[in-house]
Design a protein around this ligand. Structure first.
Ligand code: UFG
Length: 339
């Protein structure tokens, strides 16, 4: 297939582009590099042995988006592009609603105009909100996220369901990611957050390489085995393979719009992840326990039955793989990708 990948220069996007190219698909990346570096596409080419085409485009520009979809003439679209920082979304809600919703509107309109009927969408476990029983199952309703960022994911899922109901033949997979971490095992691609990392794994990696002084563990008084929060960490290469599986199953999905949890199906604590990182680095890393971070849930992970049964997909890589691959990437690229 010929696949248009929006946000294909980002962290999950770039790993997915490699997986798609390796699988024999042709790829056009659409990215505005607002949170990614062009150099990543050279690394993609190096690993996959051939290049993805590139369109530099801000998807909130409906006219440009239409032109890009027309020129790419894709068989399917994988839509990663969007803003994704929970804390920032509370400070700049309008920016988040406008960017994440407008870009999807542009894309859907262009897909309709040019007869593109397959879409894989980057959703998030955050759509389950504060009240869903753990492990999370795809059939849970009502969806209700706790941040403006998360609400853009809930709203977009609803928009996609409505548009699909009105568009015969449109097939949409909603991929709900748990906590994506890790890097390409070559050490050539990985997560490259701009500014201070918000998330645990990139923060620990920057402490290990000396860019940050110490990890702050946000609370160790939760009702969990070691008092720190449990999350479902999933290796970015497993996630990339999940996108390939979803794309290849779109035409045979049980319903035209279908949600799939992409997680490992188990909870790992902040302390366990941190200890695993210290073990691979070979020395204790500086850290302190501080107050809880507002909004953090104590523990959640995925029920992965549906993805296993319907997509034939399962996360295969371990926490040790995630940590070792992250450390290899961070050591080889202490400042991330070249500017
Ligand atoms: N944590 C720390 N110190 C840090 C960073 C994180 O102790 O410096 C802890 C958090 O408190 C949490 C765990 O590490 O317990 C994981 O935090 P992350 O920020 O890495 O991940 P979250 O689970 O908070 O975020 C994920 C996704 C978001 C999504 C969010 C919904 O990355 O996209 O879940 O809650 F919106």
């Amino acid at each position: 297939m010929r696949i248009l990948v929006t946000g294909g220069a980002g962290y999950i996007g770039s790993h997915t582009v490699v997986a798609l190219l390796e699988r024999g698909h042709d790829v056009v990346v659409a990215d505005d590099f607002s949170n990614a570096r062009p150099a990543v596409l050279d690394r993609v080419a190096e690993l996959a042995g051939r290049r993805a085409a590139l369109e530099v485009v801000d998807l909130t520009d409906a006219g440009r988006t239409d032109a890009v979809v027309a020129a790419a003439a894709p068989d399917a679209v994988v839509h990663f592009a969007g803003r994704k920082a929970v804390g920032e979304s509370a400070e700049r809600p309008l920016d988040y609603y406008r960017t994440n919703l407008d870009s999807t509107f542009s894309l859907l309109a262009a897909m309709e105009r040019h007869g593109v009927r397959r879409l894989v969408y980057s959703s998030s476990a955050t759509v389950y909100g504060d009240h869903a029983p753990v492990p999370y199952v795809e059939t849970y309703e009502p969806l209700a996220a706790a941040s403006p960022y998360g609400r853009t994911k809930v709203m977009t899922e609803q928009v996609l369901a409505d548009v699909a109901a009105a568009t015969p033949g449109l097939r949409v997979a909603l991929l709900r990611y748990f906590n994506p971490v890790g890097a390409h095992p070559s050490g050539r691609m990985g997560e490259d957050p701009q500014g201070v990392p918000n998330n645990l794994m990139p923060y620990v990696a920057q402490v290990a390489v000396g860019r940050r002084e110490r990890l702050a563990i946000f609370g160790d008084d939760y009702d969990t085995p070691d008092g720190t929060c449990l999350r479902d960490y999933v290796h970015v290469l497993d996630l990339a393979e999940g996108h390939v599986a979803a794309l290849e199953h779109l035409d045979t999905m049980a319903t035209p719009v279908r949600a799939f949890n992409l997680g490992a199906g188990r909870g790992t604590s902040v302390r366990e992840l941190f200890d695993a990182f210290c073990a691979v680095v070979g020395r204790p890393l500086p850290h302190e326990v501080v107050a809880r971070r507002p909004g953090d849930l104590p523990a959640y992970w995925a029920d992965t039955t549906r993805a296993a049964e319907e997509l034939g997909w399962r996360a295969r890589r371990t926490i040790d793989d995630m940590v070792a691959d992250t450390w290899r990437w961070q050591q080889a690229n202490p400042e991330g990708y070249p500017a």
